[in-house]
Design a protein around this ligand. Sequence first.
Ligand SMILES: NC(=O)c1ccc[n+]([C@@H]2O[C@H](COP(=O)([O-])OP(=O)(O)OC[C@H]3O[C@@H](n4cnc5c(N)ncnc54)[C@H](OP(=O)(O)O)[C@@H]3O)[C@@H](O)[C@H]2O)c1
Length: 335
Amino acid sequence: MNEQFVLRQRPVGLPSRDHLELVRSARPELTVQDELLLRTRYLSLDPYMYGRMAATQAYAAPVELGEVIVGEAVSEVLESSSGLYSPGDLVTSRAGWQRYSVAPANTVNRVPDNGLSPTTALGVLGMPGFTAYAAMTAFGRPTAGETVAVAAATGPVGSMAGQLARLAGARVIGVAGGEQKRNLLLEWGFDVALDHRSPYFSARLQAAAPEGIDVYLESVGGAVWQAVLPLLNAHARVPVIGLVSNYNGTSEPAPAGLGERIMRTVLQKRLSLQGFVVGEFPPELWQRFHAELTGWVKDGSIRYQEHLLDDFTRAPEIFVDMLRGNNLGKTIVRV
Ligand SMILES: NC(=O)c1ccc[n+]([C@@H]2O[C@H](COP(=O)([O-])OP(=O)(O)OC[C@H]3O[C@@H](n4cnc5c(N)ncnc54)[C@H](OP(=O)(O)O)[C@@H]3O)[C@@H](O)[C@H]2O)c1
């Protein structure tokens, strides 16, 4: 039998079992040439899925009611009607939140045989790692001596962005929730690690950036962004990739006049803000990312952490925990 999570209602605020329902159905079968029957081995849980459930992303089609929740997975080929793959091969696919799926062979990618865990294809060497690489190399472009701040810094995007900035010679401030995450950042070589939940966060950020901030990778919004804004230097770059605090309801209502304050700062400091969606980058950049980063991940120049949990039937709760910050590293469900 197949088990799938389907969307029953659009969430407003965090999703629950009222919104995501586990349904059972017959295992799918191959019907045409060049298809693969896949068994999900590892399912990636990512913040963007919230926008697909709530239909709040302008740049991507929402999941429709009754449809399986979207998501990347590492899957094992069980049956193949394609010459490209054989049973037993491991591929990354857009399988979604389900145990079995059928995919055209030309829509999957072989998991690289690089000596690393296949789960790295979903995190440090997958879509999140690539997002950080693309945003930092194409736009953030930190240089030696600059100060870079990164939010959600122990997650797969923030950890890659911060470490790339360190390797470029920048001074890096990592922002994360709680002591355990702070310690991990220091172990990974971040120059400063700050807990955004501390009542002293804003003052500590100011003290940690005596020469201001040149690059801020914006992925959370809310209080962290408001603390960073006055510290941005002239000509600072702000790649905007996500706003998690808006997805999980943890951001306070914005103070009156925030919009004007942001625009005034953009003008006075000649800031550059640019939104990024990972799917818009050309495949050549993805190839360059793999060519440059695989060695660094293997030799430990880039460190990473995976939050690997076992129970697929708890995927909604694991997803909500990730949005709230109760994860340490890339959230993946072993199916
Ligand atoms: N634009 C794109 O194409 C693209 C692609 C991939 C990812 N992204 C974005 O990149 C961001 C990070 O993704 P990820 O996969 O690496 O996620 P992640 O870090 O594994 O998980 C999200 C993290 O957000 C932090 N967070 C939650 N509420 C917060 C708040 N109010 N203030 C500060 N931090 C808060 C939590 O960490 P703490 O405990 O540290 O607070 C939580 O662990 C997300 O915004 C995601 O949507 C964008």
